[in-house]
Design a protein around this ligand. Structure first.
Ligand code: SF4
Length: 516
């Protein structure tokens, strides 16, 4: 036994060395290949020196006065770099100053609540950045004693920091000779080198990183990197680059050949996908129901209103319908056996009037033919199509474990997330009570043995959340005026505003009107 393990130990060391050697030789081969693909003029030291001189001269004359350029504090540089990913500079300025005022140091950020961080991030999008920024701050405090790491290896261990961000922090804050490559500089280098292959490929990335590193000066590396990014974002624009104003046009091979606008070549973009969903303002007196989005879902950590995907067959009916000429009361069939007894029974707690309770068991007259219209802010004169109303009642019952009564449509909110274009139909419903307790218990037991209903990514409340309708779980009752304190995605925030705007009408005009 001992011999065997000894043998293994003996053989494993040389094999490790061999694999290290082979990986080193592979990267060396890749570097040689990258070097060979660089046009001959760009390999000349004089060419590179002159390019740096011109670029830095232009930057000195034209750089914008941005708040993160007034400091070399690695924490501030890091925050700005994370915010600038996927976001325009003018937008970031406002957010950056507010964020740094709230969390001036990495320690302050580490101690903050995640909800506080997300609230300050609200509107910037890509909320995962904020969550990872917060996690990384906690790691810097707990594992690095609050001192900002100063090596690429250490920085890459932090959540949300990749090669680009590490290079930017180290070069700008510590003037280390580290290259950067992001969307603007990829475009710039593709044009300067007249690189006509798709820039997303591994070989293209190797070449561009190699070039970005080779051309770095020995000093003022941070300034040089910022100058590249500034030129890429302000002069070498994606469409119609301003070549006549470009300080380095004489070094630009694409410009010389006249095909700068066709570069860089990108891989085919994924096709846009359209979907429809519904979101509900569930009212209980002056409160509404919010759900905290759990980890693993899009917008994790933010709060939203209950939201469900809308089946295609219902989506066609979702355009709000105007009230028919003959205003017929129109109620939804909610069979008693489907919802069980209401609880709590007190009218004060549930806000259910005798009339409304009876109304739940009305038969539904065939809805009149309706004309589809665009949504206006005034939903009071509109009706919810019967199928939609039935669906939302069913979804709230099945997935959240509560009984609701549809009130009225509130509007349509359209938003885009990555390649998804979503149309969100918004409705107001009234909370009547909790679904039957036994039924909910049975469902939870079913889930615990692995029969949890399948869900798409955009699907809202987890089925087991029906237990958590009481404050403290994923769901929480929140007063309308307190909604501002909860971090939300842009569509949820728009809906919150719609809810507040329509709050004065709540209970005045509903489907039950005329039955009291
Ligand atoms: S010359 Fe035109 S295409 Fe070339 S780097 Fe300058 S702005 Fe970009």
């Amino acid at each position: 036994m001992g011999k065997q393990s000894g043998k293994k130990a003996k053989t494993s060391v040389p094999s490790k060395i061999a694999s290290k050697k082979s990986s080193r030789s592979t990267s060396a081969t890749a570097a040689v290949a990258a070097k060979k693909s660089i046009p001959a003029c760009w390999r000349r030291p004089k060419w590179q020196t002159e390019f740096r001189r011109r670029l830095l001269g232009w930057f000195a004359r034209n750089k914008r006065d941005l708040p993160w350029r007034r400091t070399k504090d690695p924490y501030a540089v890091w925050v700005s770099e994370i915010m600038l990913q996927q976001t325009q500079t003018p937008t970031v300025v406002r957010y950056f100053e507010r964020f740094l005022t709230a969390f001036p140091t990495v320690q302050a950020l580490a101690q903050a609540e995640q909800a506080e961080v997300l609230r300050l991030w609200e509107g910037l999008g890509y909320y995962r950045r904020a969550v990872q920024l917060h996690q990384a701050a906690q790691k810097i405090v707990s594992e690095f004693g609050g001192q900002f790491p100063q090596t690429v290896k250490e920085l890459l261990q932090l959540p949300g920091i990749g090669r680009y961000t590490a290079g930017a922090i180290l070069s700008i804050a510590f003037d280390q000779r580290q290259p950067i490559l992001e969307a603007n500089t990829v475009r710039l280098w593709a044009r300067l080198l007249a690189y006509s292959e798709p820039v997303g490929s591994a070989s293209a990335q190797r070449l561009l990183w190699y070039m970005a590193e080779t051309v770095l000066p020995c000093r003022q590396v941070g300034r040089f990197n910022q100058a590249l990014m500034e030129l890429g974002s302000r002069v070498c624009l994606p469409r119609q680059p301003r070549c006549s104003e470009c300080p380095v046009s004489r070094f630009c091979l694409a410009f010389q050949k006249g095909f700068q606008e066709s570069l860089p070549r990108q891989r085919a973009k994924p096709t846009t996908q359209f979907s429809q969903e519904m979101a509900l303002i569930v009212r209980r007196n002056d409160q509404v129901l919010l759900r905290r989005i759990p980890d693993g879902e899009r917008w994790a950590g933010l709060w939203e209103f209950p939201r469900f995907p809308l089946p295609t067959e219902l989506a066609e009916q979702s355009a709000d319908a105007e009230a028919p000429a003959a205003k017929q009361p129109w109620l939804f069939p909610v069979a008693e056996e489907a919802v069980g007894p209401l609880e709590p029974s007190s009218e004060q707690q549930t806000g259910i009037s005798r009339v409304r309770r009876d109304a739940r068991f009305e038969t539904v007259p065939k809805p009149p033919r309706r004309r589809k219209t665009r949504v206006s802010s005034d939903g009071s004169a509109r009706f919810i199509p019967a199928a939609i109303g039935g669906f939302l009642v069913q979804q709230m019952h099945k997935q959240v474990g509560i009984v609701v009564r549809p009130i009225r449509p509130l509007g349509t909110i359209r938003y885009a997330v990555t390649r998804y274009r979503v149309q969100m139909e918004c409705y107001e419903v009234e909370y009547l009570g909790q679904a039957d307790r036994q039924e909910r218990t049975d469902r939870l037991e079913q889930q615990s043995v692995g029969t949890k209903p399948k869900g798409r990514r955009l699907e809202a409340p987890a089925a087991d959340s029906c237990q958590a309708v009481e404050p403290g779980g994923d769901f929480q009752w929140v007063r309308l005026e307190s909604l501002e304190g909860y971090p939300m995605s842009s569509p949820a925030r728009k809906l919150a505003r719609l809810a507040r705007a329509s709050s004065g009408d709540f209970g005045k005009e509903t489907f039950c009107e005329g039955r009291k």
